[in-house]
Design a protein around this ligand. Structure first.
Ligand SMILES: Cc1cc2nc3c(=O)[nH]c(=O)nc-3n(C[C@H](O)[C@H](O)[C@H](O)COP(=O)(O)O)c2cc1C
Length: 352
C-alpha cells in the first residue's frame, strides 16, 4: 500500500516558512499592487484568505491614501502592505501616512528607492520591500537596508523590465540569501511557485489572477477579457522609433494597442515635417495612454483602454474567489510534492 502522509504539506510549509514569517501570513503569497484594482476590497480579501494584499497607491494624494488604508483596516485585521511609486511628488508624505497608520510593510516601486524614503520607512518601524531588476542592484539594496526584494520577470502584467523571471531567478536567487526574495511575473500555478521556492525564493507575488477574482472591483468587461485571453495576447507595448522611447507595459492586444502604433507613426511624421519638436513629439507619444488603465478597469473600455495583464492571463479560466485561488495554488504545490513522494515509493518497491 502507498504511504499516505502529511509530509508533502509539511514540506510545502517549510519551504514557504521564511516568506510567511516575513509577511506575517499563513501563505507566502503576495497580491501584487495593481493601480485601480488593488484597493480595500481586493487587498482585504487576499489578506483575510491568508495571503498578503498590497494597496496600490499609484498617483493618489496623501489624504486619499490615508482613507484607503483606514478603510482596508476596517475590513481586515490581517497584515497588508502599501505600494508607493518612487517618482510620486509627495513620496515622503505618503511614507509618513503609512507609518502613522501602522502599515507594517511598504513596497517602493518604479525605480531605485531614494535614501530618505528608505530611512523614513525603517525609522518608522515598517519593513521595506523593493524591486530588484538585476543582481548588482539586489546586492546594493541589501546593503542599503532593504528588508525583502521582489524580482519581477518580463512575463508580468503592467510596467515591465526586459528579463524573464526564469533568468532573473537564476541570476539572483542563489546569491541573495540575507533577505527574503519574492518572485513575480507569469505565475499562475502552484507547481511553478514550488519550483521557485526550491530554488531559494521566499514566496511569490501574483497580479493577473487576482485582478480577475470575484472580489476584484475591476469592471466585468475587464475580467471577461482576461477569461477570453491566451498568454500570447498579453504583449509589451511596441516602440516604432528608437528616438522616441516607449515605456514597456504588458497588456492585452486591442484597438488601443493598434491605434498606439498609428499614433506613433503620425507623431513621428509631424516631427519629421517640423510641425512638432522632439520634446513635443515625445510628450504626444507618452500622453496617448494617459488615464487608459482607469478607462479599462473602472469604465470597462477594454477596446480603447489599457488592459494590463501578465502572460499568466491564459491561466485565468474562471472568475474565482480569492480564497479559492490561494487554496488552488497551495494544493497544486502540495500535490506536486505528493506525486514526487509517490514516485519515490514506487521506486523503492521496484528496488526491493
Ligand atoms: C492591471 C495591472 C496593474 C498593475 N499595476 C501595478 C502598479 O501600480 N504598481 C506595481 O508595482 N505593479 C503593478 N502591476 C504588477 C503587479 O503588481 C504584479 O507584480 C504582476 O501582475 C505579476 O505578474 P502576473 O500579472 O503575471 O501575476 C500591475 C499588474 C497588472 C496586471
Amino acid at each position: 500500500m502507498l504511504n499516505v502522509s502529511n509530509a508533502p504539506t509539511a514540506q510545502f510549509e517549510a519551504l514557504q516558512a521564511r516568506g510567511a514569517k516575513f509577511l506575517g501570513t499563513e501563505l507566502a503569497i503576495m497580491g501584487g499592487a495593481m493601480s485601480w484594482v488593488s484597493e480595500r476590497n481586493l487587498v482585504a480579501a487576499i489578506s483575510n484568505a491568508g495571503g498578503f494584499g498590497v494597496i496600490a497607491c499609484g498617483a493618489m494624494p496623501p489624504a486619499l491614501l490615508e482613507k484607503e488604508i483606514a478603510a482596508t483596516q476596517a475590513i481586515t485585521a490581517k497584515p497588508f502592505g502599501v505600494n508607493l511609486i518612487t517618482m510620486h511628488p509627495q513620496l515622503d508624505d505618503l511614507v509618513q501616512i503609512c507609518i502613522r497608520a501602522g502599515v507594517g510593510h511598504v513596497v517602493l516601486a518604479g525605480g531605485i528607492p531614494p535614501g530618505p524614503a528608505v530611512r523614513a520607512v525603517k525609522d518608522g518601524g515598517a519593513k521595506l520591500i523593493a524591486f530588484a531588476p538585476a543582481l548588482v542592484l539586489a546586492k546594493r539594496f541589501v546593503k542599503s537596508g532593504v528588508d525583502a526584494l521582489v524580482i519581477e520577470g518580463s512575463e508580468a502584467g503592467g510596467h515591465i523590465g526586459p528579463v524573464s523571471l526564469t533568468v532573473l531567478a537564476q541570476e539572483i536567487l542563489p546569491h541573495i540569501r540575507d533577505i527574503p526574495v519574492f518572485v513575480a511575473g507569469g505565475l499562475g500555478r502552484g507547481e511553478a511557485i514550488l519550483g521557485y521556492l526550491e530554488m531559494g525564493a521566499a514566496g511569490a507575488q501574483l497580479g493577473t489572477r487576482f485582478a480577475a477574482s470575484v472580489e476584484s472591483i475591476a469592471h466585468p468587461n475587464f475580467k471577461n477579457a482576461f477569461l477570453r485571453a491566451n498568454a500570447r495576447d498579453a504583449i509589451p507595448s511596441i516602440q516604432l522609433d528608437e528616438r522616441f522611447p516607449v515605456i514597456p507595459v504588458r497588456g492585452l492586444v486591442n484597438e488601443g494597442t493598434k491605434k498606439f502604433l498609428a499614433h506613433q507613426a503620425e507623431t513621428i511624421q509631424k516631427f519629421q515635417s517640423g510641425e512638432l519638436d522632439k520634446t513635443q513629439a515625445q510628450l504626444a507619444i507618452e500622453h496617448f495612454w494617459a488615464g487608459a488603465l482607469r478607462r479599462a478597469v473602472v469604465e470597462g473600455d477594454v477596446e480603447g483602454g489599457s488592459v494590463m495583464a501578465g502572460q499568466s492571463v491564459g491561466m485565468v479560466t474562471a472568475i474565482q474567489k480569492v480564497s479559492e485561488i490561494l487554496q488552488e495554488l497551495k494544493d497544486q504545490a502540495v500535490a506536486a510534492l505528493a506525486l514526487r513522494e509517490q514516485t519515490r515509493t514506487y521506486a523503492d518497491i521496484g528496488a526491493a
